[in-house]
Design a protein around this ligand. Structure first.
Ligand SMILES: Cc1cc2nc3c(=O)[nH]c(=O)nc-3n(C[C@H](O)[C@H](O)[C@H](O)COP(=O)(O)OP(=O)(O)OC[C@H]3O[C@@H](n4cnc5c(N)ncnc54)[C@H](O)[C@@H]3O)c2cc1C
Ligand code: SF4
Ligand code: SF4
Length: 942
């Protein structure tokens, strides 16, 4: 419950901001509070801001009431800079506008765009944004710029500081300044005369002080994100240039970035990489110094512990296992506009390190799959430590930089220090060209001794980095709360005072993310540590990195996978503590709709997750626990599948008959009323709901002696659901499928007792695990029998069912979904005459999980003149959830229609239920891709 000045703030804000976007309840504040760091603060209020007017109002009112505000983009920060116990202002999904100009050389971006997406927009111009954090597919522009994030290639030359070309900023008093607009500058000069004059004075003083300005210059020769970007004071004279460069790396403590222009950089099309193994760290680091002057685009150091941590992963070169214990790797990349230049680069690089001993001969690969495999080694380092850690511990990644000529000695010192404090399993890797090293280790924060151990390590690391090597304590991850106590130590008093002045000038009442970057508490880095209790084996490895959020259909509607995990951890922790059981009970109750009911359990979150967590599995487990004593109906249905599908067919046909009598408008109104009266318990009807399917007549089994045979398992959904009103052709899927199979000369074998069979997915997704497993076992036995123990390939006509079968069946039988089967088995026997039409395809989640999206698109391209592949996560229909929680489906497909042009009349997919939602939310008819192939093919006479 809000009280005091927060209550006043809330009342003032709801005059402009829809209160459904302001959260102050325990569940949402906890869920949104978490970021990727190992700190935890729970905000009092979370506001999803939509536009500049709203941000301006929030800042004006917060300024007036002296309430701290923290901005949030994707929440992937690691140093504790994106959390707060006050107001959390989220600027993500509503901030996605962009414009590209100067043939891709310049781009203007709102802060909620993901970095990876921006690069996909620039790809057609052969360009990308400069900053390249490893988190680029999840991190958003606001956070990338405010952290001055960087990665393997951008170094100090192409980060946000170096490539920013203009900015729109909202200051702590709510004023909007657009540095790209002369009028805005003029206005600002008038309204903020003092701010401008103080900035100019600060810049003049810094530039005039030669000792200070050469210190600043030296500090930025290597990567540095400790404190504010002081280089802005000595590199620019125009106050607006200074302001926009100070905002870069200011971690939301100086102002809100509502738009940023970047000068983009070249993305060369030709690449080559080599994993070079040196006998020890020292020689690897010495090689880095020489490589720096060659045409390398990235040089990543991986120590022996790092190589060990990934050596058992799929596709990793075997020789890694046999390397001796001192070995150290450099992963080198070179890029070029054309192959000749690339070859020249490779020669220069190899000859530069000719005099070095290496463990294997230096060889570059230009083959995409091969060099991507090498980079997988590097990218897998952080997750591999995260995945190996003990339950209840956290994984920490530190981020320091040393002058490159000290890299060898500093790396050795760092290893000694880690050993001294017992962090023997720590992995060291990093962007060696920039002297930037990460060390990753697991940490228990559950006891005072462990917190002290970490505290002592950090004190000694600071001594080492600052006093021995004059390096950076944070090279790219931002100061946050983690390094705030050490900023003065790193920079010295004079420079630190400059930073204090900067903060005072921009934010005199200290409301913008206070405690971040500047903090007077010398132990702030050891406070508010995030608890990571064991909650379930399915999610215990979660590092709360947030990489899964972009792939979740319910993100933005209710909760994301990370937020579901955060809440479940809290519920477990409350239950374990035994204190205040009513809080755990109330959180569990509040979780029901946003956490459970609106999870599609599609598992797309696992694809992006570095430790492969499928949060949907957790939700299925929770559903199963909830209904543990109430399984009889599911078991009864499982035992009477044939009867149930018969009833379903009749019910669908009755509803379809009513539809044809009443017409769509009447039918919609009546069914909406009936649903409302039932308290949303009766599923919502829509006009694309099919009529009942005709029963499949199973021929008595007798082999025709045909050499081409297939076991065809029409899923129970397709055995129940026929075609929708107005759907053409008037042919149900099983008929289209068998027609196509026959056309390609296949004999079709149905498994025995077909009408009782089901893959079990419908049961398992609702938590009826034992009924689901029973159906899966029955189906497996029937398929084994029909296929002669797997000799004959097996085809299922719904890809979600096929995916479930692949996941659950234990025998090694060949299982195919339609696209794979058609491509591999039928196309050789068919002639395709593509239709002169623009069609669209939608790869459903199971296709994405099986990595078959491209196969669907390629098959469609054979059959039609033009194919639009729509971009989306899960459609949100989720089995039958589209009928019971239609808002999830509507939200999941909110971007579908804008991707289709008016000439698209037909859409194709591989899941009957998803197709109902797709039709509803696009207005065009979606059906199985089988219909398209059937329509465009004829038998090939060989
Ligand atoms: C596994 C992993 C790997 C990572 N790898 C890298 C890496 O290689 N390099 C690297 O630099 N970082 C890395 N990071 C850290 C982090 O992902 C990046 O710094 C990223 O740029 C943060 O972006 P975000 O959208 O998550 O921002 P958030 O975490 O939401 O916010 C970052 C900061 O920006 C502020 N902010 C957010 N929006 C705005 C706005 N509109 N205006 C003003 N301030 C704003 C916030 O208050 C906060 O202080 C990694 C993180 C993880 C979990
Ligand atoms: S589930 Fe995976 S991707 Fe999501 S926050 Fe946890 S570790 Fe990161
Ligand atoms: S299973 Fe789907 S809806 Fe559920 S958390 Fe994962 S991505 Fe989100």
């Amino acid at each position: 419950m809000l009280s005091g000045k927060y209550k006043i703030l809330y009342e003032r804000l709801i005059s402009l901001i829809d209160n459904s976007r302001i959260y102050h309840d325990p569940l949402y504040t906890l869920a949104f509070g978490a970021d990727a760091s190992f700190y935890r603060l729970i905000p009092k209020m979370v506001i999803i801001a939509k536009n500049e007017n709203e941000v301006s109002l929030i800042l004006r009112e917060s300024h007036d009431l002296s309430i701290p505000v923290t901005f949030r983009a994707a929440g992937t920060s690691l140093s504790g800079q994106a959390i707060t116990d006050s107001v959390l202002l989220i600027a993500g999904s509503h901030w996605k506008k962009f414009s590209i100009s100067e043939n891709g050389s310049r781009i203007s971006l709102q802060p909620g765009l993901k970095g990876g997406y921006v690069n996909s927009l620039l790809a057609k111009f052969g360009r990308k944004i400069g900053p390249d954090p490893a988190s680029i597919d999840a991190a958003m522009i606001g956070g990338i710029a405010a952290n001055n994030a960087s990665g393997m290639c951008c170094g100090t030359a192409e980060n946000s500081y170096k490539t920013v070309a203009g900015m729109k900023i909202i200051l702590s008093d709510g004023t909007i300044l657009d540095t790209r607009d002369d009028n805005s500058r003029k206005e600002f000069k008038k309204s903020h005369e003092q701010l401008i004059s103080e900035i100019v004075t600060l810049a003049n003083t810094s530039s005039g002080n030669s000792a200070l300005s050469s210190r600043i210059q030296k500090k930025y020769k290597i990567k540095n994100t400790t404190g504010y970007s002081l280089n802005a004071l000595i590199e620019f004279t125009d106050p607006f240039d200074i302001i926009e460069h100070l905002i870069i790396g200011s971690e939301g403590t100086l102002g809100f970035i509502s738009e940023i222009d970047y000068r983009t950089v070249l993305e060369h099309p030709f690449k080559a990489s080599s994993l070079i193994i040196f006998p020890n760290i020292e020689s690897a680091c010495k090689a880095v110094v020489l490589l720096k002057s060659t045409p390398v685009s990235a040089v990543e150091l991986i120590d022996r512990a790092g190589l060990h941590s990934v050596e058992n992963e799929k596709g990793i070169p075997e020789f890694l296992k046999s390397l001796h214990e001192d070995a150290c790797a450099l992963l080198v990349e070179t890029v070029a506009p054309e192959t000749d230049v690339l070859n020249r680069n490779i020669d220069i690089i190899i000859s530069s390190i000719n005099d070095f001993d290496t463990e294997i001969q230096v060889q570059f690969t230009k083959i995409r799959e091969e060099y991507e495999q090498l980079w997988k080694i590097r990218k897998g380092l952080f997750p591999s430590v995260g995945a190996m850690r003990k339950t209840g511990t956290t994984v920490i990644i530190e981020d320091v930089a040393f002058p490159i000529d000290s890299l060898a000695a500093a790396t050795i010192d760092l290893r000694v220090l880690l050993k001294k404090y017992g962090y023997n399993e720590a992995v060291i890797f990093g962007h060696a060209l920039e002297g930037n090293l990460h060390f990753v280790f697991t940490q228990d924060f559950n006891s005072r001794e462990e917190v002290d151990r970490y505290g002592h390590l950090m004190s000694e690391v600071s001594e080492l980095v600052v006093n021995k090597y004059d390096g950076s304590l944070k090279a790219e991850h931002g100061t946050g709360r983690n390094m705030a106590p050490f900023v003065e130590m790193e920079w010295g008093k004079e420079a630190y005072n400059l930073m204090k002045d900067i903060k005072r000038i921009f934010d005199p009442s200290n409301i913008l993310n206070p405690g971040v970057i500047m903090n007077s508490d010398p132990a702030v880095h050891l406070k508010n540590l995030k608890p990571i209790p064991a909650a379930s084996e399915i999610i215990d490895k979660c590092t709360e990195c947030g990489f899964c959020e972009p792939s979740c259909v319910s993100a933005g509607l209710t909760l994301t996978p990370r937020q579901r995990i955060v809440v479940q951890r809290e519920i477990t922790s409350l239950k374990n503590s035994g204190h205040e059981p009513h809080i755990a009970a109330s959180l569990t109750k509040s979780f029901t709709y946003p956490g459970d009911e609106t999870c599609a359990t599609d598992g797309l979150c696992a694809i992006a997750c570095p430790v492969k967590i499928d949060t949907g599995k957790l939700i299925k487990k929770l559903r199963s626990e909830k209904i543990a004593g109430n399984q009889w109906l599911a078991n009864w249905i499982a035992d009477h599948m044939s009867l149930v599908t018969l009833v379903a067919r009749r019910a669908l046909s009755t509803v379809s008959f009513l539809h044809s009598v009443l017409g769509t408008p009447y039918m919609s109104t009546i069914t909406e009323w009936v649903r409302k009266l039932s308290g949303n318990r009766i599923p919502l009807w829509n006009q694309y709901m099919p009529r009942g399917a005709k029963i499949i007549k199973q021929p008595s089994h007798s082999s025709s002696g045909n050499s081409r045979k297939v076991v065809y398992f029409p899923s129970c959904i397709n055995r129940s659901m026929g075609i929708a009103k107005n759907q053409a052709p008037d042919k149900q899927l099983a008929s289209a499928m068998t027609d196509l199979l026959h056309k390609a000369g296949y004999e079709v074998i149905y498994p025995e007792n077909l009408n009782s069979l089901c893959c079990g997915m419908a049961f398992m997704s609702k938590g009826y695990t034992s009924a689901g497993e029973k159906k899966s076992e029955e189906l497996e036995a029937a398929l084994l029998l029909a296929s002669g123990n797997g000799v004959i390939p097996i085809l299922c006509d719904m890809s979600p069912c096929l995916y479930t079968m692949r996941e659950n069946m234990k025998s090694k039988i060949k299982l195919y979904e339609p696209v794979e089967f058609i491509t591999d088995y039928l196309l050789p026997y068919l002639e395709i005459a593509p239709v002169d039409e623009i069609i669209t395809v939608f790869p459903v989640c199971s296709m994405k999980k099986m990595d078959l999206n491209e196969n669907l698109a390629n098959l469609a391209r054979l059959c039609a003149k033009e194919v639009i592949v729509t971009e989306s996560n899960c459609c949100g229909f989720a089995g039958d959830r589209g009928f019971t929680f239609p808002e999830l489906n509507k939200y999941g497909l909110k971007d579908l229609k804008p991707q289709l042009n008016l000439s698209v009349k037909n859409g194709y997919s591989t899941s009957r239920t998803c197709e109902i939602g797709l039709s509803l939310h696009s207005g065009i008819n979606y059906k199985s891709i089988v219909y398209l192939v059937d329509r465009t093919s004829q038998q090939k006479y060989i």
